[in-house]
Write a protein that binds this ligand. Structure first.
Ligand code: AMP
Ligand code: TRP
Length: 336
């Protein structure tokens, strides 16, 4: 059996970038019976930037419901909230003490995010990657499906795991990232130099998984393109249309080459119109299921089921780690 572990923040709703870069891979990995999967909503990571309590609650439930609506199955995988398993905070602290300022300063996500908080950068943003390392290591993950932007964090996790193993004896598996070949970095619909992100001030730059069909249509038809009209994949010369072709390909399963053939001699307008259909077709059934899950109240039970599975693995790892480090274990945890 291979262990699979990944997570998403609840600092906003999920975008098409999250779906293509991460969720599609979660599903693929979940459907391989050789894998045991843990998927979490990382609400403790979300608070590394200030969150409104009501909104945080709503978004955490929304992200969890979108996992299930997308086909992540509560019986096949453990789907849970990070804050339901306190070992995450504990392991995050331990990883924190193992890390160096210099290696955290090199993290590009920290450099990007801290620019928005120039006056007073939250220290949680700085130590964000150590909490994330703890997430993976608690489950002894082999495979971590993520988009391109998380690769550096997983490399740091590997370094921290190796450091721990050297210092305290063999404890952690060394996890590997699994990044999709196509779709690992979906770009903004308004600026193909920027990653598609829910925190973009320009609402036209991203499509969320709960956008209505007419909103999806507006955003795609208004997406920026170059002044040419040839539907051809060229990331350097034609980044905007190449991004739209990537989205088309990932959601329809049609290869980029076949898309080029299909739209040979046709204009951007015709391609974009079809892309609207592809996106709406993909997201409509998910949105329908999402509504049902939110209305039924089944979410809390499924998350409880997930938390129990997560506890069973995470609690064992944290005890082992603490014992190896020389912590005095409470009397009920002493080995007979
Ligand atoms: P986040 O929303 O930052 O918690 O990201 C959750 C997951 O979605 C991570 O695996 C990211 O790498 C992935 N992801 C986020 N934005 C994109 C994007 N624009 N393209 C591809 N993957 C993305
Ligand atoms: N930092 C990740 C992101 O923003 C989310 C995350 C937290 C994660 N813990 C994780 C991803 C563990 C994979 C494994 O996308």
């Amino acid at each position: 059996m291979k262990r699979v572990m990944s997570g998403m923040q609840s600092s906003g709703t999920l975008t098409m970038g999250n779906y293509i870069g991460a969720i599609l891979n979660y599903k693929k990995l979940q459907d391989d019976p050789e894998n045991e999967c843990f998927f979490t909503v990382v609400d403790l990571h979300a608070i590394t930037t200030p969150q409104d309590p009501k909104l945080l609650k709503e978004q955490t439930e929304a992200v969890a419901a979108l996992y299930f609506a997308s086909g992540i199955d509560a019986d096949k995988s453990a789907v849970f909230l990070q804050s339901h398993v306190p070992a995450h905070a504990e392991m995050g602290w331990i990883m924190n003490t193992l890390s160096y300022m210099g290696e955290l300063e090199r993290m590009t996500q920290f450099k990007d995010k801290s620019q928005k908080h120039q006056e007073s950068i939250p220290s949680g943003l700085f130590t964000y990657p150590t909490l994330m390392a703890g997430d993976m290591l608690l489950y002894q993950a082999d495979i971590v499906p993520v988009g391109e932007d998380q690769k550096q964090h997983i490399e740091l996790t590997r370094d921290l795991a190796q450091r721990f193993n050297q210092r305290y004896g063999e404890t952690f598996k060394i996890p590997s990232s699994e990044i999709p070949e196509v779709g690992a970095r979906i770009m903004s619909l308004q600026d193909a130099k920027k990653k598609m992100s829910k925190s973009d001030e320009n609402q036209g730059g991203f499509i969320t998984m709960v956008d209505e069909p007419n909103v999806i249509k507006k955003k795609i038809m208004r997406a920026t393109t170059d002044s040419g009209n040839e539907v051809r994949f060229d990331k350097e010369e034609k980044p905007e249309i190449s991004n739209l072709m990537t989205i088309y390909s990932c959601l329809s399963g049609i290869s980029i080459k076949d898309i080029e053939k299909k739209y040979d001699g046709l204009m951007y307008g015709a391609f974009k119109k079809d892309l609207v259909d592809v996106v709406v077709e993909q997201f409509s059934p998910i949105q329908q299921k999402y509504k049902e899950i939110r209305e039924s109240g089944s979410l809390y039970h499924m998350l409880q089921q997930g938390a129990e599975k997560a506890h069973a693995v995470a609690d064992r790892t944290i005890e082992d780690v603490k014992e190896k480090m020389g912590f005095v274990l409470p009397v009920n945890k002493l080995k007979k």
